[in-house]
Design a protein around this ligand. Structure first.
Ligand SMILES: *[C@@H]1O[C@H](CO)[C@@H](O)[C@H](O)[C@H]1NC(C)=O
Length: 421
């Protein structure tokens, strides 16, 4: 399946589906309404691939959070969506961290206050639970009857910031939000969990890596605790102009939101804080079992880290980055080099028996929450195994899962994001 979108809609899609940093342009601000409606279209499209109406789960604001300074960028209360488990899943907990880009300047953090990514005033009051969050066994065979939680993302620093900017009335409280949400879930029964999985996609996938060991230490040794990062392997890569577009952006996030104090000291003791926001410098030191689910040609990274507009001022990569079928051989080679960096970044990590991998050779981004990529009749496979089965086999120790597909174009099961214009 391909999502075909007209080029004029591309920017809106990129901004709002993935919360791209490029949303900060003036033009972007003016187009807010239309971009939102396109996102709604895309979300309903993704959901319609579900076999039945998805469960809608209501937003709960964390009432006690403000007392601990755990507030969204604009000072409003953070929140989450919880669907209670039942039967054999009554004491099992899936905690999923929402993604949606980052804010790296006062200006784009101020803009974010006017969106659901920076204020609970603008959050949907209900969200559909699909893929790994689905409550139906036929859509989500291993986790459907667990307690399933989606924690909303409203801090702009992958649940890791601290401090505030008085003049701009911005609160950087990602770490406090994480703690407040976990605290509330523990009091709602998670403290008795016999199994728990921390997951997240994109900026939330990075957050699930950053908070994985903290999550692990919440529980006694008798609890099976693991973490899943979906599309969270953001690489410190060189872009098409020879610069470091993503590194500069992350540097802004880490500096502005004082992320340093919350990063693992095993990394900050020998590397600078911005490097320690990159998973490649973290994953091999994480003690809690971790699964990395990532497209080798992650669509977000292709568009925003490798060939962002700032690195491609003449737009020579525009066609190729919107649809890989339009790339010439040297552009494909650039992506192959990126895949090789990805494989290099997970080499040590993959040697540990407790870790899992599903690195498919697709141009995709976030494959655990979409029903069509998580568990459907035509879902992406490596060998003969799909995403849901791979994650389940790893979590329940049914099998070792270290799946890395051969390089593009070998995978014919991808659900690539492609754009026409
Ligand atoms: C591929 O396209 C890029 C960008 O337009 C161009 O710079 C490069 O020379 C092309 N390479 C080949 C092999 O055609």
């Amino acid at each position: 399946m391909e999502l075909k979108l007209r080029g004029m809609m591309l920017g809106w899609f990129l901004c709002f589906a993935f919360g791209f940093a490029s949303c900060r342009s003036e033009e972007g601000l003016e187009d807010f309404g239309e971009r939102e409606s396109l996102l709604s279209y895309l979300e309903s499209d993704a959901v319609s691939s579900s076999t039945s109406q998805p469960l809608m789960v209501g937003l709960t604001l964390i009432q006690g959070a403000a007392a601990n300074g755990a507030v969204c960028l604009d000072g409003t209360l953070p929140g989450y969506h919880l669907d209670r488990g039942s039967g054999s899943g009554a004491n099992s907990w899936l905690v999923h961290l929402e993604g949606g880009g980052w804010c790296n300047t006062v200006r784009n953090c101020v803009y974010r206050k006017t969106t659901r990514r920076g204020s609970s005033k603008f959050m949907e009051k209900q969200l559909p639970f699909t893929g790994i969050l689905s409550n139906k066994a036929e859509e989500n065979p291993d986790f459907f009857n667990w307690n399933r939680v989606k924690i909303r993302y409203c801090d702009g620093a992958s649940f890791n910031g601290a401090g505030q900017d008085e003049a701009a009335q911005l609160y950087f409280r990602g770490q406090q939000i994480w703690l407040a949400a976990i605290d509330e879930l523990m009091s709602k029964g998670m403290k008795n969990a016999d199994q728990a999985l921390l997951s997240g996609c994109s900026a939330g996938g990075l957050a699930s890596i950053l908070h994985c060991d903290e999550f692990g230490t919440l529980f006694p040794k008798t609890t099976k605790v693991k973490c899943l990062s979906d599309a969270g392997m953001f690489l410190d890569a060189v872009d098409v102009s020879g610069g470091h577009a993503l590194r500069s952006m992350f540097n802004g996030v880490v500096t502005l939101q004082d992320v340093k104090e919350n990063l693992p000291s095993t990394c900050t003791s020998h590397l600078d804080p911005t490097s320690c926001f990159f998973p490649q410098n973290l994953v091999s030191n994480i003690k809690t079992p971790l699964f990395l689910l990532n497209a080798a040609y992650d669509a977000w990274q292709v568009q925003q880290s490798l060939a962002p507009p700032s690195a491609d001022p003449h737009g020579t990569w525009t066609d190729c980055k919107m649809n890989h079928a339009r790339c010439n051989s040297s552009q494909i080679q650039f992506f192959q080099d990126f895949r090789n960096q990805m494989l290099e970044a997970i080499k040590t990590f993959s040697r540990s028996d407790q870790n899992g991998l599903f690195i498919n050779s697709c141009f995709a981004h976030c494959q655990s929450e979409r029903q069509d990529t998580w568990f459907a009749s035509d879902s992406p496979l490596i060998g003969n195994k799909g995403v849901a089965e791979s994650v389940g086999d790893w979590f329940f120790d049914r099998a070792t899962v270290k799946a890395i597909d051969c390089a593009y174009p070998c995978d014919k099961t991808c659900h690539d994001l492609a754009f026409t214009h």
